[in-house]
Design a protein around this ligand. Structure first.
Ligand code: DX5
Ligand code: ZN
Length: 221
C-alpha cells in the first residue's frame, strides 16, 4: 500500500493567517497544496484561479494539487503554468475529450489525475490507465466545502483500489476529496485511499493547524 500524502485545501485557509499557515504546512511536511478552481459552470461556485496559483508558488515550494472543476479543461491547461511534479485533476464529466485533457497535463510536466464525481462509474478509466498517475474520487458532490460524506463513496474507494490492482496498477494513487474528517479518513484509508484532501472537516476544523495535521496523519496512516 502506498504511503499517505496530505493535501490541505487552500479554499479553507484563514486569509488573516495565510503566510503563517504555509510555514506550518512546510514544517509539518505537507506533501501537496490542494487548489480548487471552479468556473461557475461545471460547478455553481467560483473559487481560486490562475493568479492565485502564480502567487502561491512564490510563497512556498510545496507542489500544488490543482483540482480543475471547469468545463473543457483540455484547452485551459496552458493557462495554469503547471510546474514539474504538480498534480492536475480534470473531471471526466467536464469534457468529451478526457484523454486529450490528461495528455495536456502530462505534456505540461504535471501528474495527470482523473477526477470522478460520486455517481460516475469507474469504467471511464478503462482506456486512460496509461495516461494517469492518480484518480481523484469525490466523496461529496464538488462545489462547496463543508458537505457531508456520501456513504456509497466508501465502497467506491475499495472498488477503485481493486479495479486498479487487478489491472496491475498498484502505482496509481487514489485521492479523496470531501468531508475527509479524522473519522472518515481512517475509513477511507482502510478502503484504499492514499491521498487526502484536508479541508474544513480536519486540518481547518480548529485553530491548531499543526496539531490537526498530526492527528490527520495518524488517522490516515
Ligand atoms: C472542493 C473542496 C472541498 C473542501 C474539502 O473540491 O476540495 O471538498 O475544501 O474539505 P471539507 O469537505 O472538509 O470542507
Ligand atoms: Zn477539491
Amino acid at each position: 500500500m502506498l504511503s499517505s500524502v496530505l493535501s490541505p485545501s487552500m479554499m479553507c485557509v484563514d486569509y488573516a493567517r495565510f503566510a503563517e499557515t504555509l510555514r506550518t504546512f512546510e514544517a509539518s511536511g505537507v506533501e501537496l497544496l490542494h487548489v480548487d478552481v471552479m468556473d461557475g459552470v461545471f460547478v455553481k461556485n467560483y473559487t481560486l484561479g490562475t493568479d492565485f496559483c502564480r502567487n502561491l508558488r512564490k510563497m512556498t515550494s510545496i507542489p500544488l494539487d490543482l483540482h480543475l472543476m471547469i468545463t473543457e479543461p483540455e484547452w485551459k491547461i496552458g493557462w495554469f503554468d503547471v510546474q514539474p511534479g504538480e498534480w492536475v485533476s480534470v473531471h471526466a464529466e467536464a469534457t468529451d475529450h478526457l484523454q486529450r485533457a490528461l495528455a495536456a497535463v502530462a505534456s505540461a510536466g504535471g501528474v495527470p489525475v482523473c477526477a470522478l464525481n460520486p455517481a460516475t462509474p469507474l469504467s471511464v478509466l478503462d482506456y486512460v490507465l496509461d495516461d494517469i498517475g492518480a484518480v481523484l474520487l469525490m466523496t461529496v458532490n464538488p462545489g462547496f466545502a463543508g458537505q457531508k460524506l456520501i456513504p456509497a463513496t466508501l465502497g467506491k474507494i475499495a472498488d477503485c483500489r481493486r479495479y486498479l490492482d487487478e489491472r496491475g496498477r498498484e502505482d496509481i494513487r487514489i485521492e479523496v476529496d470531501g468531508n475527509v474528517s479524522f473519522e472518515n479518513a481512517a475509513k477511507m484509508r482502510s478502503a484504499g485511499a492514499d491521498a487526502f484532501v484536508a479541508g474544513s472537516s480536519s486540518v481547518f476544523s480548529g485553530p491548531d493547524i499543526a496539531g490537526n495535521i498530526e492527528r490527520l496523519r495518524r488517522c490516515a496512516e
